[in-house]
Ligand binder design. Structure first.
Ligand code: CA
Length: 247
């Protein structure tokens, strides 16, 4: 299943012509208008940012919850899940990545409501690319102390950037799906995440089965719990999962 819809076939994050002058800030563009997305992409990549793009809300939410981005540029009007719902669900999933909302003049009032949903800043289309960059850098500066923060529950830690977990002095590499699940469980710990929410964040509206989710959970449990004395990952039968430190 495609996890994101790149603009160009060679679209994996990479250094732009300006090299890594911007400290490899990673920017996710969630925008369904291809011309706008391509313009933003080209500008930011020339300025040395690492850019990725998704064209619809459901996939955008999946990518944004991975915790791999420094700033998310989010269009308000998106097919499927709109920008406001996406932002609310992103915050409910415990993800604090700064969100810069893009809006048309006639939907500005809706956009301003976005601040209740966790939007950090907004720009009205059309905007100057230099203005976009100024906003991105301001959002990133505000968040700098949180950058690269590892997540911790009990003696388990996890870095979304490196996708490495660590427990009992052992480094545990995770798959993308395992990393997403663990990141969500750690950010929301000790609360339960409903399995419907986890399935949505993993596979979007097409959905995966609870059986597939269970398979990922079992694999994750084998890595982070089985070799150790106490169990952190708990199943709440018929509802979902949670990560909880017993000591
Ligand atoms: Ca749109």
């Amino acid at each position: 299943m495609s996890e994101h819809r790149p603009i160009s076939p060679t679209s994996r994050p990479r250094a732009g012509a300006a090299g890594w002058a911007n400290g490899s800030l990673r920017i996710l563009i969630i925008e369904d208008e291809r011309d706008i997305a391509a313009n933003i992409w080209d500008f930011l990549e020339r300025r040395g940012y690492v850019v990725d793009h998704v064209a619809d809300g459901a996939h955008g939410l999946m990518r944004a919850t991975e915790g791999c981005f420094d700033v998310v540029i989010l269009d308000l009007g998106l097919p499927g899940l709109d920008g406001l719902d996406l932002c609310r669900r992103l915050r409910e999933a415990g993800q604090s990545v700064p969100v810069l909302m893009l809006t048309a003049r006639d939907t500005l009032a809706d956009c301003l409501r976005g601040f209740e949903h966790g939007t950090d800043d907004y720009l009205v289309k059309p905007f100057a690319m230099r203005e976009l960059e100024v906003r991105i850098r301001a959002l990133h500066r505000r968040r700098l102390p949180l950058q690269d923060a590892s997540l911790h529950v009990g003696d388990l830690s996890y870095s979304p950037r490196s996708m490495l977990a660590e427990r009992g002095g052992q480094s545990i590499p995770l798959t993308v799906a395992q990393g997403r699940i663990l990141g969500l469980l750690m950010r929301t710990s000790p609360n339960v995440i409903h399995r419907e929410e986890l399935a949505f964040l993993l596979w979007g509206e097409e959905g995966g089965s609870f059986a597939a989710l269970h398979t990922h959970i079992c694999a994750l449990r084998a890595l982070i719990d089985r070799p150790f004395d106490d169990e952190l990952l708990q199943t709440v039968h018929g509802i979902g999962y949670r990560l909880i430190a017993n000591r």
